[in-house]
Design a protein around this ligand. Structure first.
Ligand code: MN
Ligand code: MN
Length: 465
């Protein structure tokens, strides 16, 4: 049994029939208490007592007492509807004789048995690269999550790509801006800026790049094992299958025109017309020469670009840090070229919570890099839904909807919050209730002043602080 709306903190105070009550929560996770039958393993028990007795009572002794009656008291303090939702999870109502896709079910515990506070039908806000088609070619592969099969994701689409050492994502541009993070390995990227000057750079794990709409670029995996990276586009309709590629465009230009364009002999361009009809996309090539050699070649042409299309997030100190995690915010304030995308790289330690918050300026597209977490998105009008996330999954939160992300695993949870916006911006529930007249908050939520005063008067981003 799990009643996540109580959170993991024992000693939560609430009011019932005019009396303040204290609820203690005890997990029977490992069955260490031999007096408990095996079938009660993983049971979570709620103990209710008058709040003022908290300090007078030996908590250990109290937890040793019978809890059945007390559990009923806990439910009695909730609305009829919530009582029914909780009871349904305790009796035969929630049993499921099957059939069932066990693997999918087990990966989504908060969908199979939602928190009783979840309610109503909402559009799916979770997806995964692990169920996306992989286009595999010599040199690497790509897969994408776009609005086509993830309808809520109107503002952003994502691509996950792997390139071998020497493997090339061919020279191309597209009708959307491209933000990227290197997940594994290293790559050499090239681009052409608005002044027609070339850019070339080698990037490693946790480094970023940004190519504005229409800026041509390429990516090539470096030895020893190439790379894997995530691309984020500022348009939900973006598709990797619809980009302007150099081998595609030239192959579909009459040879005499191309020869006239460059002032070269038509016969010297024969290899272009031997290529595939839709361009090369990804292909295996020799690893590139030393970076200094590529840079020297640029300098002897129009000169190297003065625009930095890259950002070394791997060397960036945390923007915010607490006991339970850290956040790095990268947007146009520190990564000038990234004018249409803002990012937060979030690490939440086991037991930590990316606090309840919302974003005023844009939808949030999430990519889960590692770990295990859950997110509840509050859709207003009584609607809320909780979903589970693992590495490789994608989440989406429409603009202004309240949400949190909780680490439910035993390793660090690492994910990206991406926004189609020049700046990262959020507001938190904590800063809302602590920067509003306290008496007004008390009148709304019934929270005593003494409890309100314990809430951090700022925005920690990751809690507990
Ligand atoms: Mn691209
Ligand atoms: Mn958020």
């Amino acid at each position: 049994m799990k009643l996540p709306f109580f959170g993991n903190h024992p000693g939560r105070v609430f009011k019932s029939n005019g009396i303040f009550l204290q609820v203690f929560i005890e997990d029977h996770g490992g069955g260490s208490d031999a007096s408990w039958p095996a079938r009660y393993k993983n049971l979570r028990i709620f103990h209710i007592m008058p709040a003022q007795q908290e300090n007078n009572m030996n908590r250990r002794n109290f937890l040793g007492s019978s809890s059945a009656v007390l559990l009923t008291s806990a439910i009695a303090s909730h609305s009829q509807e919530l009582q029914s939702a909780i009871k349904g999870r305790q009796d035969k109502s929630a049993t499921n004789p099957g059939p069932e896709n066990q693997l999918v079910r087990d990966a989504n515990p908060n969908t199979f048995t939602p928190p009783p506070t979840d309610h109503g039908e909402v559009q799916a806000f979770w997806s995964s690269f692990s169920t996306a088609h992989r286009r595999i070619q010599e040199g690497g592969w790509t897969r994408q999550v776009t609005i086509e099969d993830f309808p809520i994701s109107k503002e952003i689409a994502g691509v996950n790509m792997r390139l071998t050492a020497g493997g090339v994502r061919e020279l191309h541009w597209h009708n959307a801006a491209e933000w990227a993070i290197m997940l594994r390995g290293a790559a050499r990227i090239t681009a052409l800026d608005n002044d027609g000057r070339g850019f070339v750079k080698d990037l490693g794990e946790n480094d970023l790049w940004f190519f504005p709409t229409g800026i041509p670029h390429s990516i090539q995996g470096l030895p020893p094992d190439g790379c894997e990276f995530l691309l984020v586009f500022d348009d939900g309709h973006f598709s990797e299958a619809n980009t302007t590629q150099i081998s595609d465009w030239t192959r579909h230009t009459p040879p005499d025109v191309l020869a006239k364009n460059w002032g070269v002999a038509e016969e010297s361009l024969a290899s272009i017309y031997a290529g595939p009809a839709e361009g090369r996309f990804i292909f295996q090539a020799e690893p590139p020469p030393a970076l200094s050699e590529d840079i020297a070649a640029l300098n002897s042409a129009a000169g190297a670009s003065k625009t930095d299309f890259s950002f070394l997030m791997s060397r960036m100190p945390a923007t915010a840090k607490t006991r339970y995690g850290e956040v790095r915010v990268v947007d146009s304030a520190n990564f000038a070229v990234s004018t249409t995308m803002a990012a937060a790289h979030v690490i939440v330690r086991p037991g930590g919570l990316r606090e309840l918050h919302w974003h005023q300026n844009a939808d949030e597209w999430q990519y889960y890099i590692q770990g295990k977490g859950r997110m509840t998105v509050f859709f207003n009008g009584g609607k809320a839904r909780t979903a589970d996330f693992n590495g490789g999954d994608v989440g989406y939160v429409p603009r202004t909807l309240g949400h949190y992300v909780e680490n439910t695993g035993d390793t660090d949870l690492i994910f990206l919050e991406m926004f189609k916006s020049p700046r990262f911006s959020d507001l938190s529930l904590s800063e809302w209730v602590t920067n509003t007249p306290p008496e007004l908050i008390r009148q709304h939520l019934g929270i005593p002043r003494t409890v309100l005063e314990r809430i951090a008067p700022h925005k920690p981003l990751i809690t507990p602080v």
